[in-house]
Write a protein that binds this ligand. Structure first.
Ligand code: SAM
Length: 346
């Protein structure tokens, strides 16, 4: 029998081996191999990403490095170029890959992708619809979150963006030439028409586009009861238009709108303070849950702030809001004089 005072023999470290390919994580463990993408970071924080290719050289203004020197090493080491510059060598993380990959359209930033996955509750096994696919940044996070038992159906109306997205997704997940990620479909077309035509049902629908309100009807028809619609919009006029359209539709819970701001901290000895720069506004997020067919949300007990829907308001008008302004069509274009954040509920 051993006692607390006996010396404890450390257990030999367990070798983990590579991440199982059937997990489709886009991540490898173990020695760097030919064909993999790596990221070099120099002393000034400058980044260089490239695919390891036998016989090739990486050139910088401080000399060169042979790719063959890196192939076969465990990541997380420092290497020196022929000119004496030092570089840290790692495999890129997903959050690093999406901000350095080729872009067709603006991407969903990692801080927002994290919010979407967590607060739109994207779960393993989920059926997720997203539009537009843009450069495929959010697609990578969604595919990771749904895992091998889920499905992401992406819709994009511009062929050139769809092509960029396909290349980026294939690169991140290491999809072999001529193959496809088994949990992903990419359809060319406008979501408002292509989604109803596909007959797809979804647990979650993520809209990252200029006019998400134009796709709300199609999204509502495809969502299962309890499902979530989530919109990512850059401006306050888009935010207002989308939220009011969700209310007018009537088949969703009260929409929740928010944004996230990320501030780094400088921590060095006694100098502990917020960083001077921060990732401030990127976009707003809105989520709402789909009600069961025929169900209506409870009447709102809080009245809108005085003037919120006054004479200057020309957007979609929820049924339970008294009309104080001119008649408008619900699908009229967004007003440039609409509420800019000051027309909130009290
Ligand atoms: C900002 S980008 C999306 C970026 C993408 N989420 C990412 O993380 O890389 C917006 C995309 O939506 C596409 N789009 C706009 N309206 C659409 C619609 N109704 N149906 C399908 N795609 C649409 C645009 O062509 C554009 O590529």
């Amino acid at each position: 029998m051993s006692s607390a005072s006996d010396p404890v023999e450390p257990a030999p470290p367990v070798e983990l081996g590579d991440v199982p390919p059937e997990a489709w994580s886009g991540v490898h463990r173990g020695p760097l191999r030919a064909g993999e993408w790596i990221r070099l970071v120099d002393a000034k924080g400058r980044k260089h990403n490239f695919a390891l290719t036998p016989g090739k050289r990486f050139f910088s203004n401080r000399g060169h490095l042979e790719h063959d020197e890196l192939i076969g090493c465990e990541e997380g080491f420092t290497v020196q170029s022929s000119g004496g510059a030092e570089y840290l060598v790692f495999r890129p993380l997903l959050s690093e890959f999406v901000v350095s990959m080729p872009r067709g359209a603006a991407v969903v930033y990692p801080k927002d992708a994290a919010q979407i996955v967590a607060l739109a509750d994207v779960f393993p096994g989920a059926r997720v619809v997203e539009a537009g696919v843009g450069s495929g940044a959010l697609t990578c996070s969604l595919l990771r979150a749904v895992g091998p038992y889920g499905r992401v159906s992406s819709f994009e109306r511009r062929e050139e963006f769809a092509e960029v997205a396909r290349r980026n997704v294939d690169q991140f997940f290491g999809v072999p030439e001529g193959a496809a990620h088994p949990s992903w479909t990419l359809t060319l077309g406008d979501l408002a028409e292509a989604l109803p035509a596909s007959g797809e049902r979804a647990d979650r629908i993520i809209l990252d586009m200029l006019a998400p309100w134009e796709c709300l009807g199609a999204a509502a028809d495809a969502l299962v009861p309890g499902g979530i619609v989530c919109a990512y919009v850059a401006t306050t006029t888009q935010l207002s238009r989308f939220v009011e359209t969700v209310r007018v539709h009537g088949g969703f819970t009260e929409p929740h709108a928010w944004e996230s701001l990320v501030r780094d901290w400088h921590v060095e000895g006694l100098a502990v303070r917020p960083g001077h720069k921060m990732i401030g506004h990127t976009a707003f997020l809105v989520t709402a849950r789909r009600l069961a067919p025929g169900a209506r949300p409870p009447r709102r007990t809080r009245r809108p702030a005085p003037g919120a829907y006054g004479v200057d308001y020309t957007g979609p008008r929820p049924a339970d809001v008294a009309h104080e302004g001119p008649e408008v069509e619900l699908d009229a274009p967004a007003s440039s004089t609409g509420p800019d954040g000051d027309a909130t509920e009290s």
